[in-house]
Design a protein around this ligand. Structure first.
Ligand code: LLP
Length: 414
């Protein structure tokens, strides 16, 4: 595939150099058209039954982007009090927020209860605590369907090797705990893990969750979680996107079976995070040094592992494009590692890649950085987190989060 940023005219009426000059480097840049398209794919996923998409906001919590999701008719799930507060601030009504926490305090649960936010509990202990705080209330429970999937073992969230959810053999205890506090189980949910391109494990988990659902009294909703994959190798290997068309057909067949087995039609939900914003975000950084160390070649940039943690944390691959004199270059490919400015040898964005010739002063553009990019950024090495800019549908650039300042960095120090 040719350059993604050229093909999509990613930077609209402006350019990488102009954006860097105005907003600094490194810089997260989002494209509204791509984002809205992907959100529409998600919101229209199931048409045959009552269906809602919850955007899992841990993937990207920029408020402007949350508002775009809201405009596209999407609901949201939250993992923490901070996420609930941000969703409320962005304008999500409480009945469009689903709190799906793990190991939280009474205070956090109380916040959800006081704000009428539907909450899912993912252990018997947390259900018991919720019941003490909200006797006679309505809640959901997160179940483990026994099948997991994901791009790395660290993000597989169902099956045998995970801290999440309640297993099949605990259902009797679950029912007894709910009864003890007169709780109504209004819904069940699952999330099997993050990033699958092959839908089969997800479909198997849907089947398993439905088999667990029949053991509950009438449920208002069943939420099957997120995980839809994004082709991170689309430029380097022409990797194809997740096939939503085939997926939808197979998924709907299982929902037919669900409605038959249950004898009623609940509201169905899914909970994607990555797919919503991943492709619509890129990360720009400046090359400050190019050098050889023994037989290895390095392009040293200002994109440290604090700015994009995924490659260091999971060994994740992100395609990289090189911009020379404000144009994408494909000249004189050579094997080189793109690294950051953090004091660790693991501070690598792209390891030993065949990339166009890179010179000091060039810009590197890291693709598919819109999900779990800024959201996982930190101030490690006392570095400032970058600004975020949106290329709006009209093609103009709009600042949607300013860059950290040194005052921000030192604010909490006593
Ligand atoms: N629902 C729940 C309960 C979740 O825990 C997650 C993600 C999602 C939905 C959304 O999953 P998605 O559609 O984004 O795959 N930091 C990792 C990904 C961690 C995912 C955590 N949970 C990464 O950068 O790959």
């Amino acid at each position: 595939m040719r350059s993604f940023i050229e093909k999509t005219a990613f930077f609209g009426n402006t350019s990488a150099e102009r954006l860097m000059a105005e907003y600094g480097s490194p810089l997260y840049v989002y494209n509204e058209n791509i984002i809205r398209n992907n959100l529409k794919t998600l919101s229209g996923l199931i048409t045959k039954y009552p269906y809602v998409t919850n955007y899992s906001m841990k993937a990207n919590s920029n408020m402007t982007l949350l508002k775009i999701a809201l405009e596209e008719g999407i609901n949201a799930d939250a993992m923490s009090e901070g996420e609930m507060r941000l969703l409320l601030k962005a304008g999500f009504p409480s009945d469009r927020i689903f709190f799906v926490p793990n190991n939280v305090s009474a205070d956090e649960l109380r916040f959800a209860i006081e704000n009428n936010i539907m909450t899912s509990l993912d252990s018997i202990d947390q259900l018991d605590l919720y019941g003490q705080l909200n006797p006679g209330g309505r809640c959901a429970v997160r179940l483990n369907p026994g099948v997991g999937a994901g791009h790395h073992e660290k993000v597989v969230t169902a099956g045998k090797n995970t801290k999440f959810a309640i297993t099949d053999d605990q259902l009797d205890e679950l029912f007894a705990t709910a009864k003890k506090h007169d709780l109504t189980t209004a819904g069940i949910n699952q999330h099997i893990g993050s990033l699958f391109m092959d839908p089969e494990p997800f479909l198997a988990s849907v089947r398993n969750l439905i088999n667990m659902a029949v053991r509950f009294d009438k449920l208002d909703f069943i939420d099957f979680g997120g995980g839809y994959g994004v082709p991170y190798h689309k430029v380097s290997e022409d990797e194809q996107p997740f096939d939503f068309v085939t997926f939808e057909k197979k998924f709907e067949q299982l929902l037919d079976e669900a409605v038959f087995k249950l004898g009623y039609t609940p509201l169905f939900k899914t909970e994607p995070g990555r797919f919503a914003f991943c492709e619509g975000g890129v990360l720009l950084g400046r090359v400050h040094a190019v050098k050889n160390n023994a037989d290895k070649r390095f392009a040293g940039t200002d994109i440290g592992m604090n700015i994009l943690a995924r490659p260091t944390l999971y060994g994740s691959w992100h395609d990289v494009e090189v911009i020379h004199d404000d144009r994408v270059t494909t000249d004189s490919p050579e094997v080189i590692s793109v690294v950051g400015n953090i004091c660790e040898t693991g501070d690598i964005i792209a390891k030993e890649r065949l990339l166009p010739h890179i010179e000091t002063g060039d810009i590197v553009c890291v693709l598919d950085a819109g999900a779990y990019g800024y959201a996982m950024a930190s101030n490690y090495n006392c570095r400032l987190r970058p600004a975020e800019v949106l290329i709006t549908s009209s093609g103009d650039a709009k600042l949607i989060r300013r860059r950290d300042t040194y005052d921000d960095l030192f604010r909490n120090l006593l």
